[in-house]
Design a protein around this ligand. Structure first.
Ligand SMILES: COc1cc(COC(=O)c2cn[nH]c2)cc(-c2cccnc2)c1
Length: 234
């Protein structure tokens, strides 16, 4: 299965980065197909206008619906297709989680709509919901200038879960937030040299005693989770 990823943005250059590193490898071995589109290609005025002042007043600008609608027609099509997943990264979205990444990794087609300014005319999202499966997703309680960086983060979280993408799938199974794992934060990791700038690797990890090592790691995860993410221990 090849996943097709489309990105709609007024800064499509953000997605050139997908040609390098692991994601580039996924493109090379045909696991994913990436297409970035400039929303301004669907404007018709001399200034290639994509925004206008908010109805009802208020600060900032809102992205006009017309270019989005025409871009949807050209990129996705004019027939409804619930198998197409359209993602709007937005601070007002539902929290993006590893289980959402897991679900999206089985989808054949994902279209990222990257908002700028104060946001996108709400009718664009309402229209998309009549046509495709829409996800308004938040990465966290902070505001970015646009959805591009969030789209890249969601892309990485999803593509790395596509079967055949990661060399050693067993490492995925052990990760925090993986299905089946308790929701615990990762224990501290160490590698050689055993002594570095006067700091030594915890002895238990060098003992070769797998039972004690597992116990130490679990305890460290519990302590870290209790300290940093008490919300996960509910
Ligand atoms: C679609 O509408 C958007 C999208 C974004 C980009 O996404 C994020 O910032 C984000 C996604 N997860 N967490 C944060 C930002 C705004 C925005 C900008 C300024 C003031 N208010 C809202 C609007």
């Amino acid at each position: 299965m090849t996943m097709r990823l489309d990105y709609l943005s007024i800064f499509p250059g953000y997605f050139d980065v997908l040609d390098i590193s692991l994601l580039g490898k996924a493109v090379d071995n045909g696991l994913v197909e990436v297409h970035a589109h400039d929303l301004r290609d669907w404007t018709h005025d001399r200034h290639r206008t994509v925004d206008d002042t908010p109805c009802g007043g208020g600060a900032g600008m809102v992205m006009k619906p017309d270019p989005w609608g025409e871009a949807f027609d050209g990129i996705i099509g004019i027939e409804p297709d619930p198998s197409v997943h359209v993602i709007f990264p937005t601070p007002s979205g539902i929290p993006f989680t590893q289980s959402a990444a897991q679900e999206l990794s089985t989808v054949e087609r994902v279209v990222f709509c990257c908002g700028r300014y104060e946001g996108i005319d709400h009718r664009v999202i309402d229209y998309a919901r009549t046509m495709w499966t829409v996800h308004e997703l938040s990465l966290g309680d902070y505001v970015l200038n646009g959805g591009e960086v969030a789209a890249l983060a969601i892309t990485e979280a999803v593509v790395r879960l596509i079967p055949g993408f990661m060399g050693n799938p067993e490492s995925l199974a052990e990760e925090s937030f993986s299905p089946g794992q308790e929701r615990l934060l990762e224990y501290p990791l160490f590698t050689r040299p055993v002594s570095w700038r006067g700091m030594d690797v915890p002895e238990v990890l060098m003992s070769g005693h797998h039972g004690r090592i597992a116990e130490w790691r679990r305890e460290e995860s519990l302590l870290l989770t209790r300290d940093r993410r008490p919300d996960l221990t509910d």
